[in-house]
Design a protein around this ligand. Structure first.
Ligand SMILES: [Fe+2]
Length: 317
């Protein structure tokens, strides 16, 4: 994997678009790793409610062994990169960030990560929070990492919220950078895989958990195009598209959740991206914990088309 594009990603020249037969990605989200003990001083804020919720309920359904089984299955497939779309922590404490960094380091393939709302629960210095994940992300969002002609674009939608709220926002400055970045990567002929915690679409989560500027984010994606958008947060294995486009919008259940409802049960998305002369074929196999496949889909994404609105649509496999 190439390192982060330097200081100004828009000024750099990415690598040649087609260099290998295909690239494989594992997309997982919301592992909510078991937290180390939380000091009472660290919980004198919104964390207190989340701590209560963890002790009463969440610790019994977000299971470390479930997440470990899922990661083991990913390891068997030998993917090139693992994408983690946020909520690795429960309260976003410095100790949880450190624990999550150790977990990222131990994953069976190089990982890229973005934060979720739980990781951004309270304001704190980056040095004890997000900077601890810089090795698997970047100092600034949005970021881009390029691997064999595939551009992974990480967006940060996590913001501190009022109690009982879990909404997110990309914000004007990040949206402006994202639009310029996607435009640039599209001109370079790269396959653009966008990763964002909150789904940029209405209806996938209740309002209190929604992306406040989902309309603006969807509008910029309509203008720039993108080959696929991955999200977490909903804890749901969904497959929709960005409004007004054929850009696939792919959700995934929590990597640690044990739930009787099949669409909520822990799973991961296995994506294979095959370049062809005019663009990319993207194949999805959604893996259950035992390695079996619960859902398949494939898309043909054309490089020539600059507008996401007109890109080739989904064909179910
Ligand atoms: Fe979340």
């Amino acid at each position: 994997m190439t390192p982060d594009l330097p200081a100004d990603p828009l000024a750099s020249r990415p690598t040649s678009p087609v260099t290998t037969p295909h690239v494989t990605l594992a997309h997982i989200s919301d592992p909510h790793l078991p937290p180390p003990p939380v000091h009472w001083r660290a919980a004198l804020n919104k964390r207190a409610l989340s701590l209560l919720s963890w002790k009463k309920h969440r610790q019994y359904v977000h299971l470390a062994q479930t997440c470990a089984a899922l990661v083991k299955d990913i390891g068997h497939t030998g993917v090139d990169t693992i994408l983690v779309s946020g909520d690795l922590t429960n309260f976003g404490t410095p100790d949880e960030f450190a624990e999550a960094a150790r977990w990222l380091e131990a994953l069976p393939a190089p990982a890229l990560v973005i934060p979720g709302n739980h990781d951004c629960m309270v304001r704190q210095p980056a040095s004890v929070g997000l900077s601890q994940w810089e090795h698997w992300s970047a100092r600034q969002y949005p970021y881009v990492r390029i691997q064999n002609g595939i551009a992974i674009v990480g967006v940060n939608s996590g913001i501190p919220t009022a109690p009982f709220m879990a909404y997110g926002r990309v914000g004007r400055r990040q949206r402006e950078r994202l639009e310029a970045l996607l435009e640039h990567l599209g001109q370079e002929g790269l396959c653009r895989v966008v990763m964002i915690h909150h789904p940029p679409k209405r209806g996938l989560v209740p309002w209190r958990k929604s992306l406040l500027d989902h309309r603006e984010v969807a509008a910029l994606l309509r203008r720039t195009g993108a080959e696929i958008v991955l999200h977490g947060h909903s804890h749901d294995a969904t497959l929709t598209h960005i409004a007004g486009t054929d850009i696939p919008l792919l959700g995934v259940a929590s990597a640690s959740l044990t739930d009787e409802r099949p669409h909520r049960q822990a799973c991961w998305n296995h994506l294979t991206i095959h370049p062809y002369e005019g663009g990319w074929h993207i194949d999805l196999a959604r893996h259950r914990l035992d390695g079996s496949v619960s859902e398949r889909a494939s898309w043909k994404r054309s490089r020539q088309e600059r507008s996401g609105r007109k890109q080739a649509g989904r064909t179910d496999a």
